[in-house]
Design a binder for this molecule. Structure first.
Ligand code: G6P
Length: 368
């Protein structure tokens, strides 16, 4: 019955709202809060190789590649291991160096994306150990990996990936803690990350309550044909994902990039009334993000900020603010991406687009 729409108008909206439960299923039996440990049965036979690994290559396409980028930050920040996120389509043909101790992680909802499969095969041929973060059980990529973590997000029907993305982030967080804990990560930090991760499903129930507010914001800007999405650190990939969601289902042109990058060119695009979405949650780079906001505002951009609940400062710099609950930085993308999914959804509906089957797109791309 999971395939039925129920009270929802579109699969995409249903799947956005399924995220708290999808994540509960993804974390169940793996993020053990009481014991303060991560249990990944699918990796158990390879634990020693993972600890010895000298380099991780995270690869995928589309939304899965955005998850890989967040994973790059997570693996270096938490597991302290050299990591690279790369488009599967580019990895394959660039004559990549795969030294001993390289682990390739193929990230894919469907497990059938041709580019991702080809990159996986290439990496294996060059001697890498292969892991999969896959949603569809028994899919081609899942079968060709040495080990992995199934996402357990449930079937995803909407072409624009939503719940698979947040489950990919959860799986990457668990992988980072799993590897990190076996190396340098202390029990205190391990517990902190696990606690934050386990709080996400309930926090997402709160984030989903912003849906109507997000629709009202979308309605104000839906006639604008150019949007920017900006974030720093962990939120740079979230900015990319926000822009991709908007383009793929509403056909609005959007670009995502690191907030600091606009001054190197894209700032020339900003004109009066241009919607610019900032992920401006509290963290290491908050003050820097505020400076970036001021620069955009001074040139007429309209600021839509995703900020941390209780931030009494951000309202002074923004035209609209969507508040999300507080959490530690490595976990913030799990929350901050959801208002952007909702923004894309509402913008597309307001523009009369076919949300679940956008033009020119397929759910799974099985050609290179
Ligand atoms: C298609 C979909 C995207 C998805 C990408 C990768 O382009 O439209 O939403 O992110 O494929 O798919 P995968 O199944 O490998 O995650």
């Amino acid at each position: 019955e999971e395939y039925e729409l129920g009270d929802y108008e579109h699969y995409m909206l249903k799947e956005i709202f399924e995220q708290p439960n999808a994540l509960r299923n993804c974390l169940r039996g793996r993020a053990e809060q009481r014991e303060g440990r991560i249990v990944l049965g699918g990796l158990a036979d390879h634990a020693r190789d993972l600890v010895k690994a000298r380099r991780f290559i995270l690869t995928g396409q589309g939304t899965a590649w955005h998850a890989a980028l967040v994973g790059d930050y997570l693996m270096e920040d938490l597991a302290k291991v050299v990591t690279e996120a790369t488009y599967a389509s580019e990895f394959r043909y660039r004559n990549p160096i795969v030294e001993e101790g390289t682990v390739v992680v193929a990230i894919s909802q469907s497990g059938e994306t041709a580019d991702t499969l080809a990159a996986l095969r290439e990496a294996k041929e060059r001697g890498a150990m292969a892991l999969g973060l896959i949603n569809v059980v028994g899919s081609t990529i899942a079968r060709e990996t040495d080990a992995g973590i199934y996402l357990h997000a449930g079937p995803e029907i909407g072409v624009a990936s939503t719940k698979a993305f947040t489950c990919q982030l959860a799986a990457l967080t668990m992988l980072s803690v799993y590897v990190g804990r076996k190396k340098f990560m202390g029990q205190g930090q391990t517990q902190e990350v696990i606690d934050a991760l386990c709080a996400v499903p309930d926090q997402l129930d709160v984030v989903l309550k912003t849906s109507e507010q997000v629709r009202d914001i979308a309605a104000k800007f839906v006639d604008r044909e150019n949007w920017l999405f900006l974030g720093r650190g962990y939120h740079y990939p979230v900015a990319l994902e926000g822009a991709l969601k908007l383009k793929e289902i509403s056909y609005i042109h959007a670009e995502g990039m690191p907030a600091a990058e606009i001054k190197h060119g894209p700032i020339a695009l900003i004109n009066d009334g241009m919607p610019v979405v900032f992920i401006a949650t509290q963290g290491l780079q908050y003050d820097k993000v505020i400076s970036n906001i001021e620069v955009v505002r001074a040139r007429g951009g309209k600021i839509i900020a995703v900020a941390t609940e209780g931030d009494t400062n951000i309202g002074r710099y923004s035209d609209d603010v969507i508040y999300i609950p507080h959490t530690i930085e490595p976990i913030q993308p799990l929350l901050s991406v959801v208002p952007l999914q909702l923004m894309a959804y509402h913008a597309a509906v307001l523009r009369g687009c076919n949300v679940d089957k956008p033009r020119n797109l397929a759910k799974s791309v099985t050609v290179e």
